[in-house]
Ligand binder design. Structure first.
Ligand code: AMP
Ligand code: MG
Length: 415
C-alpha cells in the first residue's frame, strides 16, 4: 500500500497540469458569483460630490451657531435643491436652501439642518417657505456626506480572485465598472459508465440502479464555478466509451471527468482506454474512500477517472477536482476552509488517509465531530447527514475520544 501515491502528492501532480483560465468580460447582471480577474481601482470618488444625508436646509454654520429651540435663528430661503441637479448659486450670509437627501450641497453652505429641527413643514407637497426658523446649531459638516467619503479615486476597492457577491456588484455599478473582468469558466465534460445504470425517471428493474453520480458531480462542477458538459452514460463497452470521450475532445473541454470503471474489475475499461489513447499518470492513491482514482490524459485532454461508488466519487471530487476547478477559476488556493475539531467518539481507520462523513456541532464551545451514518462508500444517506468530511491522516489506525483532527465543511454551499 505504501507504493500508492499520497493524497498530497497526487493533488500536486494533478494541479501542476492546470492554469487559470483567460479573462472575459460580463455585464453586471451576469457577474454574481463570478471570480474577479483584475483588481478594481476606483476612477471616481464616491460620493462624487458633497451631498446632504437628510431632508432639511443647507446653511452656513457661522450664521446659526447660536440657534436653540427657544431662540431660533431666522434665515431667508433662497433655493430649493432636489436630488439630481447641480445648484449654481452660493449661499450668502443669512440665507439657506431647502435640500433633499442625496442632493448636491450648494456653495457657501457647510452643514444641513434636518427639517425636524426647523419650523418648516415636513409635508412632501409643501411649498417652498420664504423664511425658515432654525432651532439647532450644527457642527461644520453635519449631515453632509463629503466627496470621497466612501471611496477615494485611485483606491483599490476589490482584489482579483474574489468571488463577487451582490454587495460587490453594487459597488462595481456605483463605480461604473461594466462589463466586469472575470475569469472564464472551465468546461468539464462528465461521463458516467456502467451497464447497471438507468436514469432517475426510469422505473427500477432487476439488477439496475439509478445513476446518481452524474447528478451529484454536475452539481458539484457548477458549484465550483465551472460548466458541466454532460456526455451521458456509456455502457461498459470500450468502443462506446471512446466514442463519448471523443465528443469531449471535439468540444475542447478543459477536463474530462469519468465515473466508474477505473478499478480492477473485468469490465473496468476506462483505465485501459486512457493508457491506449493518451497517458496514465497514476491510478491509485493512498486514500479511503476512493483509492482507484485515475489521472492522465485522453487525446491530449486531462482526464480524471473517479470511482463509481457515490461517496468515493464525491470525496474524490472534493479532494482532487475541486482544487483544479478553483485554480482554473482564479480563486487563490488555501486550506482556509478546514476546521480543527475534537472527536466525540473513538475512530478506527486502516492507515490510508481517510475521509469519514461526520457531523460537527459546538459542544461547550468546542467544535466536536460525530460520525454521520453508515460509512460505506456506496451509502448516500450518511453523506446527506454529514456537514463535514473528517480527515484521519495516513498512518493513523486508531484515535481516542477527544483527539484533534481536521475537518472539511461540506454543507449546502461547499464552495
Ligand atoms: P465500478 O467502479 O464500475 O466498479 O463501480 C463501483 C460501484 O459504483 C458499483 O457498485 C456501481 O454500481 C456503482 N456506480 C457506478 N456508477 C454509478 C453511478 N453513476 N451512480 C451510482 N452508482 C454508481
Ligand atoms: Mg462497473
Amino acid at each position: 500500500m505504501s507504493s500508492y501515491l499520497s493524497v498530497k502528492e497526487a493533488q500536486q501532480r494533478i494541479l501542476k497540469v492546470f492554469n487559470v483560465k483567460p479573462v472575459e468580460f460580463v455585464v453586471l447582471e451576469q457577474a454574481n458569483r463570478r471570480v474577479l480577474a483584475q483588481d478594481i481601482i476606483a476612477n471616481v470618488n464616491l460620493p462624487p460630490f458633497d451631498n446632504s444625508s437628510m431632508d432639511g436646509f443647507a446653511v452656513r454654520t457661522e450664521d446659526v451657531k447660536l440657534a436653540t429651540h427657544d431662540s431660533p435663528v431666522i434665515l431667508q430661503v433662497v433655493a430649493d435643491i432636489p436630488a439630481g441637479i447641480s445648484p449654481a448659486l452660493t449661499i450668502q450670509p443669512g440665507q439657506a436652501a431647502r435640500i433633499m437627501t442625496g442632493a448636491q450641497m450648494p456653495k457657501g453652505a457647510d452643514a444641513v439642518v434636518p427639517v425636524e429641527y426647523t419650523d418648516a413643514s415636513q409635508d412632501p407637497n409643501s411649498r417652498l417657505p420664504e423664511q425658515v426658523r432654525i432651532f439647532h446649531a450644527p457642527r461644520p459638516g453635519e449631515y453632509v456626506r463629503p466627496t470621497g467619503q466612501d471611496v477615494r479615486q485611485g483606491q483599490t476597492v476589490l482584489n482579483a480572485g474574489r468571488k463577487l457577491s451582490p454587495q460587490d456588484i453594487g459597488l462595481l455599478a456605483s463605480l461604473g465598472v461594466t462589463p466586469v473582468p472575470v475569469y472564464q469558466k472551465a468546461r468539464v465534460a462528465l461521463l458516467t459508465t456502467g451497464d447497471e445504470l438507468i436514469q432517475p425517471d426510469q422505473p427500477l428493474t432487476p439488477g439496475k440502479i439509478r445513476d446518481s453520480n452524474s447528478y451529484t458531480l454536475a452539481a458539484m462542477i457548477e458549484m465550483s464555478d465551472a460548466i458541466p458538459i454532460r456526455l451521458g452514460n456509456a455502457p461498459d463497452d470500450p468502443l462506446v466509451i471512446q466514442k463519448y470521450l471523443d465528443l469531449a475532445v471535439d468540444q475542447k473541454v478543459d477536463l474530462i471527468l469519468t465515473s466508474a470503471g477505473v478499478s480492477v474489475g473485468t469490465y473496468d475499461f476506462v483505465r485501459n482506454i486512457i493508457e491506449q489513447h493518451g497517458h496514465l499518470e497514476f491510478w491509485r492513491v493512498n486514500m479511503r474512500p476512493g483509492k482507484p482514482i485515475a489521472f492522465g490524459a485522453y487525446k491530449g485532454i486531462p482526464l480524471i477517472g473517479l470511482p463509481g461508488n457515490p461517496v468515493s466519487s464525491f470525496v474524490g471530487f472534493m479532494v482532487f477536482v475541486r482544487p483544479i476547478l478553483q485554480k482554473m477559476a482564479g480563486i487563490p488556493q488555501g486550506r482556509g476552509d478546514f476546521l480543527r475539531v475534537r472527536l466525540a467518539e473513538p475512530v478506527e481507520s486502516d492507515g490510508r488517509e481517510t475521509y469519514f462523513r461526520c457531523s460537527i456541532s459546538v459542544e461547550k464551545g468546542v467544535l466536536t465531530a460525530t460520525l454521520a451514518g453508515h460509512q460505506g462508500s456506496a451509502n448516500l444517506v450518511g453523506l446527506t447527514k454529514a456537514n463535514a468530511l473528517l480527515i484521519v491522516p495516513a498512518g493513523v489506525k486508531s484515535l481516542p475520544t477527544g483527539a484533534e483532527l481536521e475537518a472539511w465543511p461540506i454543507s449546502s454551499d461547499f464552495a
